[in-house]
Design a protein around this ligand. Structure first.
Ligand SMILES: Cc1cc2nc3c(=O)[nH]c(=O)nc-3n(C[C@H](O)[C@H](O)[C@H](O)COP(=O)(O)O)c2cc1C
Length: 231
């Protein structure tokens, strides 16, 4: 009898531990504040050099709106995330993109056929927040723009207003809009250097984009950049 009880206790402890491990593995609590759908996806280490000059990227950049039906590779996706918000000085946490008083209140999302992803600069990784394709819904939130619906990956640049307010001492949306412009330009130029195309989309409606991405209240959607293999 005693042995049976002891075995039952061991069994229940075993089940509890296994369940916790499974939960930690499958539903990792995300930095975004929602349960992530999968463990973090490590991105390939970004290139910090290339034979494609900055001048050539500036001279040849053009907004692209027609796409081949080809997804971005993980390396391309990772490189674009890094260009947008990658950490370039791990000691200080400073990034590719300048930021007012180093507040770093921007958060980057990527939407593609595989779902919705949130970029984690420190880890240079993605957390997957949804498994369904929400590009059409995002396009609808951008006044129905087809180039968003059909692109390979749409980036959404969002800002954590309360975080910025705490550090800057004021709710300064203009500062964060300026920062998001830097971030978007980094994506645009990096896309050119990778042989990809991109177009900035300023026509997105914050409330609708927030709904599509299920953003937490602290985040405001500022800017969208559609990317892909141009036709
Ligand atoms: C703030 C901003 C918002 C924009 N919004 C859109 C947009 O909603 N849809 C779009 O197709 N292009 C958009 N564009 C791209 C412009 O139409 C494009 O940059 C302009 O026509 C110049 O062409 P180029 O980018 O090829 O040099 C936007 C550009 C900026 C700077």
């Amino acid at each position: 009898m005693r042995r049976t009880i002891r075995n039952l206790i061991y069994l229940s402890i075993g089940i509890t531990v296994a369940f916790e491990l499974l939960q930690a593995f499958i539903f990792t609590k995300s930095a975004h504040g929602q349960p992530a759908q999968t463990p973090q996806i490590a991105l390939p280490a970004p290139h910090t050099d290339s034979t494609f000059s900055l001048e050539k990227a500036l001279a040849t950049r053009r907004s692209k709106r027609q796409w081949k039906p080809v997804p971005l590779t993980l390396a391309q996706l990772g490189q674009l995330c890094w260009a947008a918000q990658g950490i370039t000085d791990p000691a200080s946490g400073k990034r590719t993109c300048p930021s007012p008083m180093g507040v770093y209140a921007l958060e980057l999302y990527a939407l593609n056929a595989d779902g919705v992803f949130h970029y984690l600069p420190k880890e240079h990784a993605l957390e997957r927040l949804a498994t369904e394709d929400r590009r059409v819904a995002l396009g609808d939130a951008c006044r129905g723009q087809q180039q968003v619906k059909t692109c390979a990956t749409a980036f959404v640049i969002t800002a954590d207003m309360p975080k910025a307010e705490e550090k800057l001492g004021m709710a300064n949306k203009q500062m964060l809009c300026l920062e998001s412009g830097h971030c978007a330009q980094n994506i645009l130029l990096q896309a050119v250097a990778l042989g990809l195309g991109a177009v900035p989309i300023g026509a997105g409606r914050d409330a609708e984009i927030r709904e599509v991405l299920q953003l937490p209240d602290r985040l405001t959607a500022l800017y969208v950049v559609a990317t892909g293999n141009p036709q």
